[in-house]
Design a protein around this ligand. Sequence first.
Ligand code: G4P
Length: 534
Amino acid sequence: MLDRSSNAPDLPPEIARRRTFAIISHPDAGKTTLTEKFLLYGGAIQMAGQVRAKGEARRTRSDFMKMEQDRGISVSASAMSFDFGAHRFNLVDTPGHSDFSEDTYRTLTAVDAAIMVIDGAKGVESQTQKLFEVCRLRDLPILTFCNKMDRESRDTFDIIDEIQENLAIDVTPASWPIGMGRDFLGCYDLLRDRLELMDRADRNKIAESIRIDGLDDPKLAEHIPEAQLEQLKEEIEMARELLPTLDPQAVLDGTMTPIWFGSAINSFGVKELMDGIATYGPEPQPQSAEPRQIAPDEKKVAGFVFKVQANMDPKHRDRVAFLRMASGHFKRGMKLTHVRSKKPMAISNPVLFLASDRELAEEAWAGDIIGIPNHGQLRIGDTLTEGEALRVTGIPSFAPELLQGVRAGDPMKAKHLEKALMQFAEEGAAKVFKPMIGSGFIVGVVGALQFEVLASRIELEYGLPVRFEPSQFTSARWVHGPKAEVDKFTNVNKGHIATDNDGDTVYLTRLQWDIDRVERDYPELKLSATKEMM
Ligand code: G4P
């Protein structure tokens, strides 16, 4: 567990001003729209609407494939950096589709906080709940944005109650909505005693902000009709009585979430949320590693790969490894040690993703995300340092939940298929197992859509039509234990044994009963559903 101390005053200012976060939400809650508005206020784009076409809002296969063909752009959407006031925001995108939960999980290892977006009419939906639980595993601080308040939405207390109950986290209102749907006027900013009024005429306009001297200020009546004002006062009085007040340390500990209400499409409430991220969001945090934790203000540079994206340009087979900087001040051209191979690597063309463009990164600080083009040396989970043999921990690989055999349409192309599969395995897009007996491969994924995406990518990027077909196996477990015991076990179970793309031994089966039996018959062996990537 990380020691998440309060925002320490002694971090160097360049590091202290960084906020690295992801947005978690259920499809359709408004993640893409909110991202767009973030970039608009961050000055990274000139006009809202630029992200939408390129964004992650793909719920169908065809949307996905279109994005895949446009990989350069989708990659720049994977990590975006922009300035907001005195702060540097690094927004790391989480894949939208539930089939990509493993990728999402790893993405969440690279951020210090998450913004949870919920739809005011729908409350906490299934995908939000799942992603929240992943954040909870790491005690990530969470800031909540309740979107679409311009539509009929649920009662404010109901929404807050639902979050508190379903997610077991304290919720404190940072703003309070005035009316809803057609009658939605704006919000009362509870943290700064201001009235924020939404402009329905101009969706890109920052809300009018009126300083108010408490709820008894007569100015309120100039802007809010009497009935709504009465209701607002009553609700706020009740909220102040019943709901916890904002405790910045509890937010950093991940036990309390402040909630802002707004309407992303109307640019409303977004700026207040961004101010909230700057004020209450965590600075770059220490990173768990072996044999010791890495502190962000260490002089020496360290970072880890949490995502690899391959074949951005199909003609060049290049890959970009996304590196989260854990410590230090990186400068372009630096030589870092690739800890797994112990080899030096000169990082001469690192890229920084600024909204729709990518730029050479001349420098980067702890908290930043840089892309490193490479030819396959860098894998998910790899650590880069200035020489020390540190290994970042906590980036797991999960046993796939669906297994299928795969065959090249043209049997002469088996070698090409192997190459393509290894490529995707290293990218973390699938698990590839080579059975001990027989030819061919078994591919494992977390969600069924991934098979379709893989088949399309292999065809698109390698010109190789492939067929996925049912496999006799449904589960895969990594086999750990003393070598003699592993050898004894594999010798009598050859038909069930395979190796993964790292050469590690895997037991394939269709029954949980088999797994239990092995554990009973071979007490020294451990069959595990996760493996740390290294
Ligand atoms: P996602 O990335 O979380 O999946 O959501 P996205 O931003 O794509 O938003 C989903 C839909 O909700 C979009 O409508 C978007 O315009 C709408 N939306 C986002 N924020 C608000 C809001 O504050 N109020 C209202 N009323 N709607 C909002 P769509 O019809 O699917 O797409 P489009 O035709 O508007 O592009």
